[in-house]
Design a protein. Structure first.
Length: 316
């Protein structure tokens, strides 16, 4: 069996740790590392990267840019999980389900930007409808996203898991109130939107799982649109995906509840269409740590190495 050498820079953080856990038991992966005292030493990182097939950067934006300035010309492929390069035209965007050109770019280009968690849900719901011409690029989207607290990293996890913990952490908390959330430029760029959506992210008192909901008023669309057409467009768009599933619309689709933690601890995404012909909702449910972060990064690594994209992933 071929063994690939993988170097995770920043494996102490939430995303890096999850990637490390996913790869440590794979017989086709050899994990490389610096000495502990050199984990922030750019020259030491560069030396290890010289022997790697894949380098994951799981760092803040500024640190990713600093490392890329040092290792960008090396032969290794780089998968960056920060927001630093997600709108860069010379980086592949790590969402292969968006089309064969995206998958080819991940397979052939040296540098791959891993999508953001909220952005993954928004793009999964919006991009197929924009590409099909059902929803105009200037549509005034309003989007809600509910996430578990692990999306906030080690500091937020510590706050939610402290004992005793703050009274206000027991209820949902909305943030991004200035409408300047860092994922919005990514969504506009990838989906070709001329207007940024109104975006309402909410963090709640559970560990992981995400539900992104995009609402559409059919009267604001430039082509006749119905809930059945939206369902069909999405089913056709993702019909070949092993990761994203569009749940069939039935007479009971508008009853019961959707659960934001339904796919926690998996790397899948499920899309639901609800509502009626006048007011249509598209929901993406997935794990913010899975398809929203480390699972997507490993999927991109698999494609970049020429492996089946679901290798080592947990599909729910």
């Amino acid at each position: 069996m071929t063994s690939y050498k993988v170097f995770i820079v920043g494996h102490e953080g939430t995303t890096g740790l999850r990637i490390h856990e996913r790869l440590s038991n794979r017989k086709d992966i050899e994990l490389l590392a610096t000495a502990d005292e050199d984990r922030k030493n750019v020259e030491a990182i560069k030396e290890v990267a010289k022997g790697a097939d894949i380098v994951f950067l799981c760092l803040p934006d500024a640190a990713s840019k600093e490392i890329m300035a040092s290792i960008g010309e090396l032969q290794c492929k780089v998968i960056d999980t920060s927001t630093a390069f997600r709108t860069a035209i010379d980086w592949a965007y790590g969402f292969p389900e968006l089309g064969e050109n995206y998958k080819t770019a991940i397979a052939t280009e040296k540098h791959i930007a891993n999508p953001g968690c909220h952005a993954s849900g928004m793009i999964a719901c919006i991009a197929p409808l924009i590409k099909a011409g059902f929803v105009p690029a200037d549509y005034p989207f309003t989007i809600t996203s509910l996430t578990g607290y692990s999306g906030g990293g080690k500091k937020m996890i510590g706050q939610y898991e402290s004992n005793p913990k703050d009274y206000f952490l027991y209820a949902p908390r909305q943030y991004g109130l200035s409408q300047q959330h860092k994922h919005l430029s990514e969504v506009q760029h990838v989906c070709g939107l001329s207007e940024a959506p109104i975006f309402m992210p909410i963090v709640d008192d559970y560990y992981s799982g995400m539900e992104v909901t995009v609402g559409i008023h059919s009267r604001l669309c430039r082509k006749p649109i119905s809930i059945d057409k939206v369902q069909q467009v999405l089913e056709d768009f993702y019909k070949d995906s092993t990761i994203i599933t569009v749940v069939p619309f039935t007479d009971t689709s508008n009853t019961g509840m959707l659960h934001a933690n339904q796919l926690s601890n998996t790397d899948s995404m499920k899309i639901y269409v609800t509502g009626n012909d006048e007011r249509i909702m598209v929901h993406a449910i997935f794990d913010n740590l899975g398809k929203g972060a480390s699972g997507a990064a490993v999927q991109c690594m698999n494609i970049a190495l020429g492996l089946p994209e679901e290798t080592g992933l947990a599909l729910g």
